[in-house]
Design a protein around this ligand. Structure first.
Ligand SMILES: *Cc1c(COP(=O)(O)O)cnc(C)c1O
Length: 390
């Protein structure tokens, strides 16, 4: 290959595949071994020691045990890190396992146990932080209040942009500046690396629920954190001791999913733009939440931070909760289901489902439904919504 730096779309197809030719294969192998033969006691022990403390396997030392290392998972991690423009990435069994490990790593790295969380957040994240299970004290705030909310024992600032479910955009660079050197975690699940690279704006950690766009086909659960080598070692150490591993089959599917990520996201986004514009003219819709609407991006972050509005949108219905029940029960092409980012379109009611564990004052309104726009023909999607809204 030439020395030209590959563009994003080319990286999506080729990243994490450097070792394949030497293996004599074209598609990444799916390595299911739970253990691996030890070349010798000393070198195997050295490899074990390196991986158990967050490092890589030593040369010719073997992978020892699948809780420490798996080549299929490592290929996906290499690819995702390249797409997110970070040194490394660390994959977990789910997005929530990735979030858990990140909070534990942040505590261990700094010694502090205070977390600042910018609302709105994904309901599971909001709930996990508030639960007390991870031994952290959480202060919730808005993006503008970070500078006055951080403390000397703040170990992590958590932010999501676009935020779930109403697609507010947060200026990552401004949050990083307000954090005053403390690490900022950006949940990049909605934007994907196709539309936004938080590390380029100063985020120390970039988290994905890989279950969503990265997999893209609704058949895999996983999480991943893209970050620098120091954080990656801390995260791998926690993964090794707590065991929140990504299964190799999940990594295989995710690595394959990355190859079509740019085309999927751009096609889904084009349909979301058309759907959002059409919904804005529907009498049954009070408000459309979408970054490309005039109210959707007050700080002008589209183009500056995010390369496009994405393919998620939410609508506020004129007929309240009853209307939301009717719409979610009436769709035929959309599936009434949680999750998002797949090739097929989904609709769900955040207040009753994804944001159910969130305290009432931070829960989305009962007349809001969230749409994940898939790859179906946009006219079919609009026709389905038209009959469901009517
Ligand atoms: C789904 C989701 C998560 C949690 O990920 P899981 O893979 O379900 O554990 C975190 N953040 C966002 C924005 C999500 O949509």
């Amino acid at each position: 290959m030439s020395s030209r730096v590959l563009s994003f779309d080319s990286l999506a197809v080729h990243a994490g595949r450097d070792d394949l030719a030497a293996l004599g294969v074209h598609a990444p192998p799916l390595d299911l071994s739970s253990t691996s033969p030890l070349p010798g006691i000393e070198v195997g022990g050295a490899s074990y020691e390196s991986m158990a403390t967050g490092g890589h396997p030593v040369a010719d030392g073997g992978f020892v045990y699948a809780r420490l290392w798996n080549p299929t998972v490592a290929r996906f991690e290499t690819a995702l890190a390249q797409l997110e423009r970070t040194e490394e990435s660390v994959a977990f069994s789910s997005g929530m396992a990735a979030m858990t490990a990140t909070v534990l790593a942040a505590k261990a790295q700094s010694g502090g146990s205070h977390v600042v969380a910018i609302r709105p957040l994904y309901g599971g994240t909001d709930h996990l932080l508030a639960s007390g299970l991870l031994g952290v004290e959480v202060t919730y705030c808005t993006a503008g209040d970070v500078a006055t909310t951080v403390r000397s024992d703040t170990c992590l600032i958590v932010v999501e942009t676009p935020a779930n479910p109403t697609l507010e955009l947060v200026d990552i660079g401004a949050v990083v500046a307000a954090a005053g050197g403390r690490p900022v975690l950006v949940d990049n699940t909605f934007a994907t690396p196709v539309l936004q690279n938080p590390a380029l704006h100063g985020a120390a950690l970039v988290l994905h629920s890989a279950t969503k766009y990265l997999g893209g086909h609704g058949d895999v659960v996983g999480g991943v954190v893209a970050t620098d080598a120091t954080w990656a070692a801390a995260l791998r150490r926690i993964r090794a001791v707590t065991g929140a591993l990504m299964h190799p089959l999940a990594a295989y599917l995710l690595h394959r999913g990355l190859t079509t990520l740019p085309v999927r996201v751009r096609a889904q986004q084009a349909s979301a733009e058309k759907t959002a514009a059409w919904l804005g003219s529907q009498p049954a819709v009070r408000r459309v939440f979408f970054p490309a609407t005039p109210e959707g991006d007050p700080a002008g972050l589209l183009g500056r931070q995010m390369r496009g509005p994405g393919a998620m949108l939410a609508i506020q219905l004129t007929g309240g909760y009853e209307h939301a029940v009717r719409v979610t029960n009436s769709v035929r092409l959309f599936t009434h289901a949680v999750s998002l980012g797949g090739v097929d379109s989904l609709i769900q009611h955040p207040a009753a489902l994804t944001h159910r564990p969130v305290p009432a004052e931070a829960r989305p309104a009962a007349d809001i439904v969230r749409l994940s726009i898939g790859l179906e023909d946009v006219d079919d999607l609009k026709a389905d919504l038209a009959q469901a809204l009517g």
